[in-house]
Design a protein around this ligand. Structure first.
Ligand SMILES: Cc1cc2nc3c(=O)[nH]c(=O)nc-3n(C[C@H](O)[C@H](O)[C@H](O)COP(=O)(O)O)c2cc1C
Length: 193
């Protein structure tokens, strides 16, 4: 087993002006950067000039930074708000830019909502979609209900309980990402697509 850090980008899944999910994504990236077993990079759906007419062709190459990060990645954290119990269209469009690059890598979800459920519904709705991408979902989500009251004006998290939750969330992701990396490194020639 290699001691190389796991590469786990974070994808911020909404382009909405004044989005609260930005505070969540920044806080999670800070926590990931504080660990010695993970390296991360924040991707923002705002930064993608998304195509309108040529999905399904080899367009991942038009987004080399994203494509190369996912090729290098051992896992992915998706920060998604809940919009009408679903996920933002731009988040789906960014994920659809690639396909085989995701296969047998771990994904962990962070749900964000104004309401009391913390994005549990949007996460459940994303599971079958990411399965089709070949991603393997962890069983520890992180949920931010009533997100408007969770951060101060500078983006500092006000609820101490999340400092314990993030440890369990990331430990589970590291376990999955490490296990899948071992499988890709050692079993690929026999089984990996
Ligand atoms: C189009 C739209 C639909 C929404 N639907 C829901 C919803 O179904 N449930 C919920 O709890 N909040 C809903 N919200 C509120 C968001 O969860 C809230 O804006 C929260 O801050 C997270 O999204 P943000 O990152 O865009 O701020 C919705 C917001 C928008 C813009």
């Amino acid at each position: 087993m290699t001691d190389k850090k796991l590469s786990i980008p974070v994808l911020l899944g909404t382009p909405r002006k004044n989005r609260e999910s930005g505070n969540v994504a920044n806080w999670i990236c800070g926590k990931m950067r504080g660990r010695d077993d993970i390296e991360t990079q924040l991707f923002d759906v705002c930064d993608f000039e998304l195509p309108h007419d040529n999905y399904g062709t080899e367009i991942g190459g038009d987004f080399p930074e994203w494509r190369d990060a996912i090729i290098r990645a051992d896992g992915l954290v998706i920060v998604t708000p809940e919009y009408n119990h679903g996920y933002p269209g731009s988040l789906k469009s960014v994920l659809d830019l690639l396909l085989k690059e995701y296969i047998h890598k771990a994904v962990a979800f962070v749900g964000v909502s104004a309401g009391p459920w913390g994005g549990t519904r949007v996460i459940e709705s994303m599971v079958p979609m990411v399965r089709e991408l070949g991603l393997a979902v962890t069983f520890s989500d992180l949920n931010f209900p009533s997100v408007g009251s969770k951060f101060d004006d500078e983006g500092n998290l006000l609820d101490e309980a999340y400092n314990k939750r993030i440890t369990g969330f990331l430990d589970e992701l590291v376990w999955m990402a490490t296990t899948l990396r071992w499988g890709r490194d050692n079993l690929s020639s026999k089984y990996h697509q």
